[in-house]
Design a protein around this ligand. Structure first.
Ligand code: LLP
Length: 429
């Protein structure tokens, strides 16, 4: 069930009209559904249930403590990519034994903190990093477990900026060299390499690239095992797509499970996944108000109070986010309210733009939208992943509030930033 749905022409999140949230909390605001997060997490866990995998939610896509707390309580682990994300995962009650740390540039203090926390594994991305982690563990008198992130040279057919599994990218160790790397570091005293990690991109737009990458990884593990390396787990990464254009677009998680489970069942090692957007994207929306409308040449603009600093994805990746008024007037096609290309008869094609001083500051271009007026509230759908997480203070704009809905209740889980907070730290002036 979609937790963002129209009822009598009003958009609800669970049993709460989103207009009520906007009135009380202001706009722009990210609104998340508690039920949607749990539902998506359970759907994922059920789809791959036969493998009993460790599921590590990718903190980078939506790291609010309240969200992480509810996932941790449901049994979810975490994939982190910085010391900051590690602190969030731990503060939220994440079990260190289910925390995996990947990232090409881990600093010494970050490595020390992660060793102290006792995380499940370091996914090391280069030989120099392997040496460094071993050196730091030695200095701390510890022996720890790690994995090698392997670059399988598979094209995820994702956006060029989010493809990670091709040789030309900075991620992981080239699959052609990785056996030598395991052999070379076989006798490290403080870092035991016992896992293989892959993550080929985000999102991976079809199941086939995933199948190719996982097949390469399982073949690699067979070869490593034959050489006497003890491999205890395979972390398959994240990148499972979310439905952005309509709720039923693209292959669902069961389609991925149908082709991946046969490749991974009955293996003598544990399986991990790192889903982010699959769980978070459609668990959140961004609420924004129409400030002004205007025309220039043949273009019509709807200027809203959320900009590229609040939601960067359209500007950075030309990403599609469905946008629709939260209050429908007249005989609008209700199902269309949540589907790309929906265009009621009186729709006008508009550019939905923000207040930031850049031509690239837009949420949508040339988009059919029912007629709007000043003050109307719009919902930007599928904004729960990489929405707030990538928000910035560009143009000295405070970042939006984050609100979590639970049935008829809602709670501000991150207050809107204040101008005072933006100036703090610049006391020298
Ligand atoms: N694991 C690793 C090692 C990752 O680097 C990522 C995402 C994930 C898991 C989660 O991927 P997901 O399941 O969420 O697709 N800002 C971009 C996405 C960049 C993703 C970076 N890594 C966007 O807004 O689409």
């Amino acid at each position: 069930m979609d937790q963002f749905h129209f009822l009598n022409g009003q958009l609800f999140c669970e049993a709460t009209p989103v207009a009520k949230i906007a009135e009380e909390c202001g706009t722009p605001a990210y609104v998340y559904s508690r039920a949607a997060f749990l539902q998506k997490y359970r759907e994922f866990a059920n789809a791959f249930g036969e493998l009993h995998p460790t599921i590590c939610f990718s903190v980078k896509c939506c790291g609010n403590l309240s969200i992480l707390r509810l996932l941790a309580a449901a049994g979810c682990g975490f994939d982190v990519t910085s010391g900051g994300e590690l602190q969030r995962a731990l503060r939220a009650g994440g079990e260190p034994g289910k925390i995996i740390y990947a990232g090409v540039g881990k600093t010494d203090p970050e490595i020390v903190d992660a060793i102290n926390a006792g995380i499940a594994a370091f996914n090391c991305e280069s030989e120099e990093e392997i040496e460094n982690v071993d050196r730091i563990a030695a200095a701390m008198g510890r022996t720890i477990i790690g994995a090698v992130r392997v670059n399988p040279d598979v094209d995820a057919r994702s956006h060029a900026k989010t493809t990670t599994g091709k040789k030309q990218t900075k991620f992981g160790v080239d699959i052609d060299r990785v056996e030598d790397v395991f052999d070379h570091f076989r006798s490290l005293r403080h870092l035991r390499l016992a896992g293989v990690h892959i993550h080929i991109g985000s999102p991976v737009l079809g199941a086939q690239p995933y199948v190719d990458a996982v097949s390469k990884a399982t073949g690699l593990i067979d070869r490593l095992t034959a050489k006497g390396h003890e491999i205890r787990w395979l972390d398959c990464g994240g990148g499972f797509p979310a439905a952005y254009e309509a709720l039923d677009d693209g292959p669902g998680i069961h389609e991925f499970a149908r082709v991946l489970v046969p490749l991974l069942r009955n293996k003598p090692y544990k399986i991990a996944f790192e889903p982010g957007r699959y769980i978070a994207a459609n668990s959140g929306i961004l609420l924004t108000r129409v400030l002004y409308r205007k025309s220039s040449g043949d273009r019509r603009f709807v200027i809203v109070d959320a900009g590229m600093n609040d939601l960067l994805r359209p500007t950075l990746y030309e990403a599609y986010h469905h946008i629709w008024p939260t209050s429908l007037r007249g005989e609008l096609d209700l199902p269309g309210a949540r589907r790309r290309g929906a265009a009621p008869p009186d729709a006008e094609k508009v550019n939905i733009v923000g207040p930031v001083c850049e031509t690239g500051d837009y949420l949508a271009l040339d988009r059919p939208l029912p007629p709007t007026r000043r003050g109307d509230l719009l919902a930007v759908f599928s904004a729960g992943a990489y929405g707030f997480a990538m928000a910035s203070n560009y143009n000295n704009r405070p970042r939006p509030a984050e609100v979590l809905v639970d049935g008829t209740n809602f709670q501000v889980i991150r207050r809107r930033e204040t101008l005072e907070q933006l100036l703090a730290g610049e006391d020298a002036a």
